[in-house]
Design a protein around this ligand. Structure first.
Ligand SMILES: Nc1ncnc2c1ncn2[C@@H]1O[C@H](COP(=O)(O)OP(=O)(O)OP(=O)(O)O)[C@@H](O)[C@H]1O
Length: 519
């Protein structure tokens, strides 16, 4: 024999440049299972030893004889199954059935009784690695909106999401929302110690209600900071799902959620009249708000309504005159670029368990603070402010416009539309993007198309800044649309101020929004 000594020698060293340690390998009679950098491999030891004998010490022997390779991210659970006749190591993972569907599948590897103890240790190690930085076996409160979008949320949950949750050993408590705003009440009354996350199978409307329900509680700060709020596709707007979980394919998003890492992110208080609400996505007026809220009459078209609505508004070059007062944080695109690589730790909001943080700048009814800058925008075309991608399905606008503009070329569906490529989950700033209505039709279209890659950030006509607070005052218009997280607000002045890292969600990567970024 060429190799002796450590358990791993000769069987799996130098696999794709990664050196597994002895504890990463489970050597059974006929097979070996090895935890590697981002996968596990199952190899037939008999083949490996034959090859070893034949090639004597050639490099990468195990890699060549590896039978199966499973990505660590897809590993949902593992256990040692003990039975009288045949015990086994069982690894349940998300197996791909095409680009948008995964289903749990279990790989069972027989083990001898004498291997039970080391198999137990190996399984524990595997779970720790597969869930690195994330909590295992999450306790989930699932809210399904049976009326969201096309009304398929229940079916999507049953067929694509629930099997992933079960396979990942999550505890689930499912509730259907019975009426509009029901989720506010559920969040207001939920026992925050019984769950790790509230998962909304809906559009962006239900999580908006959940944040606001948590915000109404006497222990709002504690509730918002301890319970993660997540969204999986079950309505029309999937801004939250895209930004935190990086996909709108339900089963893939469910895997990313069960493997998700707690990420704090900024929430925003909006005051209008005597009301104070929380916004978690964006506030918009002008074209984007009109698309979302002013195309209801075109609902029969499906998502095409957004494209038709967009073209209508761009062609007519409509103005939405507005006065803005801004508490500026970062004023130039160059400085925003520099800021992109910095991280600001959010304050610890849990130190006192009371209601929402006090408003630092008062409400829309108070005097505007002296250090805010007044700006008049008589030709405003689009106002868009927030952190997380659009509640409007810009994805479909983008795709259809691309068809129109590029002469019906076949293009792939864009997947990573995010209007705020410089946004960070908890930098403590709002991204404010505004443009005039007379910049030219092609420029307006280019801004929308550029959102696929984040290139719109560099279009000079897009005024992009980071702010801490602002007041929006519509001028010379009797009526219009103001949207907060895709929900219609009164067409009246409102004020917004950020709460650094007040909310929490589960994300594919810690502290990062998925989607295009500024270069
Ligand atoms: N059982 C119900 N009946 C009617 N409305 C409901 C019900 N449950 C929730 N809602 C309401 O449905 C609205 C839409 O929520 P959801 O987040 O699922 O979808 P959306 O993508 O934001 O919007 P939509 O699907 O209407 O385009 C929410 O405002 C919520 O109050």
């Amino acid at each position: 024999m060429c190799h002796s000594g450590t358990a791993l020698a000769g069987e799996n060293d130098a696999f794709m440049g990664f050196r597994a340690s002895a504890e990463d390998a489970l050597l059974l009679d006929t097979q070996s299972l090895t935890i590697r950098e981002d996968s596990i491999t199952v190899a037939d030891r008999r083949k490996a030893s034959k090859k070893r004998d034949a090639s004597c010490c050639g490099p990468n022997v195990a890699a060549k004889s590896a039978g199966e390779k499973i990505n660590l991210h897809s590993v949902l659970w593992a256990r040692v199954y003990i039975a009288e006749d045949q015990s086994a190591v069982q690894i349940t993972y998300a197996k791909s059935f095409g680009k948008r569907l995964v289903k749990p599948t279990t790989l069972s590897i027989p083990i001898a009784e004498s291997d039970l103890e080391k198999a137990d240790q190996w399984v524990e190690r595997l779970l720790a690695r597969a869930y690195e930085g994330a909590q295992q076996a999450k306790r989930l409160k699932v809210l399904i909106n049976p009326n969201g979008g096309p009304g398929t949320a229940e079916k999507t949950y049953r067929t694509e999401i629930a099997p992933i949750f079960a396979a990942a050993s999550c505890t689930v408590d499912v509730e259907l929302t019975q009426y509009a705003k029901h989720a506010i009440k559920i969040a207001e009354e939920i026992d925050i110690d019984s769950y790790d996350a509230i998962v909304c199978i809906s559009g962006d409307g239900v999580p908006h209600e959940v944040f606001n329900g948590l915000g109404k509680r006497p222990d709002a700060r504690k509730a918002l900071r301890s319970l993660a709020v997540c969204q999986l596709p079950g309505g029309s707007g999937n801004g939250m799902c895209w930004s935190f979980l990086g996909t709108d394919a339900p089963s893939l998003a469910a895997v990313n959620l069960v493997k998700g890492k707690r990420t704090h992110f900024d929430l925003v208080s909006i005051t209008q009249g005597d009301e104070r609400i929380l916004s978690f996505l964006s506030q918009s007026a002008g074209i984007t708000a009109g698309l979302d809220l002013g195309t209801e009459n075109l609902r029969w078209m499906g998502n095409t309504r957004f494209t038709v609505g967009f073209l209508q508004r761009v062609i007519t070059e409509t103005f939405y005159p507005t006065d803005l007062y801004v508490k500026l944080a970062i004023g130039s695109k160059e400085d925003i670029r520099r800021h992109a690589s910095t991280h600001r730790e959010p304050p610890d909001h849990t130190c006192d368990g009371t209601g929402l943080p006090p408003l630092q700048y008062g409400t829309v009814k108070d005097e505007v603070p002296e250090d805010w800058v007044k700006e008049s925008h008589p030709k405003l075309g689009n106002f868009y402010c927030g952190n997380v991608g659009p509640p409007v399905d810009l994805n479909s606008i983008h795709t259809e416009l691309t068809y129109v503009i590029r002469a019906l070329q076949m293009l792939c569906m864009s997947k990573d539309i995010n209007f705020f490529p410089a946004a960070r989950p908890n930098d403590g700033y709002l991204d404010l993007a505004i443009s005039d209505g007379d910049m030219g039709r092609m420029k307006a279209v280019n801004i929308m198309l550029g959102a696929e890659t984040g290139k719109h950030f560099d279009i000079p006509e897009l005024n992009y800044r980071k702010v801490v607070a602002y007041r929006f005052i519509p001028q010379k218009q009797k009526d219009g649309y103001i949207s907060v997280d895709g929900e219609k607000m009164k067409f009246a002045p409102f004020q917004a101020e950020i709460h650094h890292g007040l909310g929490v969600s589960l994300s594919l990567r810690h502290n990062v929004y998925e989607g295009p970024k500024i270069a």
